[in-house]
Design a protein around this ligand. Structure first.
Ligand code: V47
Ligand code: SF4
Length: 368
């Protein structure tokens, strides 16, 4: 099969991947700069099949975005607003209880909670939120609060990251989502999210969580102003930390949606194309050899491209979601939810085996 690619500019890297060799920074940049999408897909698919066979994971989950008030106001974000903005909202804990009740009725394995940095909310609001969600739906894994939010809780309480995490865990927090990573490069952060914690701080918070036995996700926001070198640097920093802790569950590349953001139309920043998205997923699979899973968030890629990505290194399509506000604020025109049946259909029509999982990738059911 490899011989099919003997004329590819990436042939030497195919040989390296097949020999189980780890690719270096310069190799990663070559992958990103190549247009040989079939060679990339071939390499990524081999790794994906070694790790996960024909399985494709999905989850019955419920996203909750509790507030859009945010002191950071990142330039790439259309969701976060000032507290006196007419569109500002903060959910009452009773609204969050209602969403948790719906999640319980749906048999959701996960409640996924992410929001802005709202200066009017005390730490107690988050502890109470976790206790109430757990009381209503004790079987759900609560995956909540990005490292950026964890850092903010540490700022408003004066507690260490470790103590904040321990208190949240005691109240019911099970895992951290992967948001807030963006691109670690200080050059990029200075231009698109100057108030956000540094990449180093983001990684240090993950490391602290992993040391406490908590599993977390990792993301990268791509296709804004970053270079291919900065993308690969980001992936290698994640790979280094994963070598040390093994605490990351999955990696999710997030394509930038420009609409209604301060970057819209700026510096030639537009929406990604399918080609770029598939390439990013495949290169992530190839470079992150110590991550078990690469997730294509169907809501960001669109269901059809997410399905095709199952041949480009992806083994997870995320979930039923139900309601999402962050990327829809930035112009995503995908649905807010997908039924379990529709997810299984996408997977089976791609010739793969659908596996319903929980947050920690425990299998709930395999569909044959
Ligand atoms: O950190 C914000 C991203 C993230 C835009 O862990 C944008 O499974 C694209 O954490 N275009 C928050 N992306 C969402 C998040 C997440 C999402 C899906 C799965 C998981 C997981 C976590 O959303 C932010 C930022 O990187 N984001 N604005 C935008 N305009
Ligand atoms: Fe706030 Fe997160 Fe949006 Fe940045 S990306 S403005 S931290 S909600």
């Amino acid at each position: 099969m490899r011989s099919l690619f003997r004329h590819s500019e990436l042939y030497d890297l195919i040989e390296k991947v097949e020999a189980g060799e780890r690719l270096a920074f310069a190799d990663g940049v070559r992958l990103m700069e190549s247009r040989d999408i079939l060679a990339l897909g071939y390499m990524a698919n081999q790794i994906r099949e070694q790790k996960n066979g024909d399985k494709v994971f999905f989850i019955v989950n419920r996203h909750i975005n509790h507030t859009n008030v945010c002191v950071n106001l990142c330039k790439f974000c259309a969701y976060g607003v000032k507290k006196d903005d007419p569109g500002a909202f903060t959910l009452a804990l009773s609204d969050i209880e209602k969403a948790a009740q719906e999640a319980a009725l749906d048999g959701a394995a996960e409640v996924h909670i992410v929001g802005g940095l709202n200066p009017d909310l005390p730490f107690e609001y988050y502890l109470d939120m976790l206790r109430r969600v757990k009381a209503i739906h004790p079987k759900a894994c609560v995956q909540a609060f990005t490292a950026v939010e964890i850092d903010y809780f540490s700022q408003i309480t004066g507690k260490s990251i470790r103590d904040v995490l321990l208190q949240l865990m005691q109240a019911g927090l099970d895992a951290l989502p992967g948001g807030g990573a963006e691109v670690f490069s200080p050059r990029v952060r200075e231009k698109i999210c100057e108030k956000k914690i540094s990449g180093e701080r983001w990684l240090a918070i993950q490391e602290t969580a992993h040391a406490l036995g908590m599993r977390t996700n990792a993301t990268m926001l791509y296709a804004h102003i970053e270079t291919m070198q900065e993308r690969i640097d980001h992936l290698l920093k994640l790979r280094d930390l994963q070598d040390r802790t093994g605490g990351f569950l999955t990696f999710i590349p997030l394509p930038f949606y420009p609409k209604h953001t301060a970057l819209e139309g700026d510096m030639g920043v537009g929406s990604t194309t399918g080609f770029e998205d598939l390439k990013m997923l495949a290169v992530s699979r190839i470079m992150l050899d110590n991550f078990d899973h690469i997730k294509a968030f169907w809501m960001m890629l669109g269901p059809k491209l997410a399905q095709v990505s199952l041949n480009f290194g992806v083994d997870d399509l995320d979930g039923t979601v139900v309601q999402e506000r962050i990327i829809h604020a930035a112009g995503a025109d995908t649905e807010q939810r997908m039924t379990k049946r529709a997810l299984i259909n996408l997977i089976e029509k791609a010739g793969r085996i659908a596996v319903e999982r929980d947050t920690l990738y425990h299998v709930r059911r395999t569909y044959k």
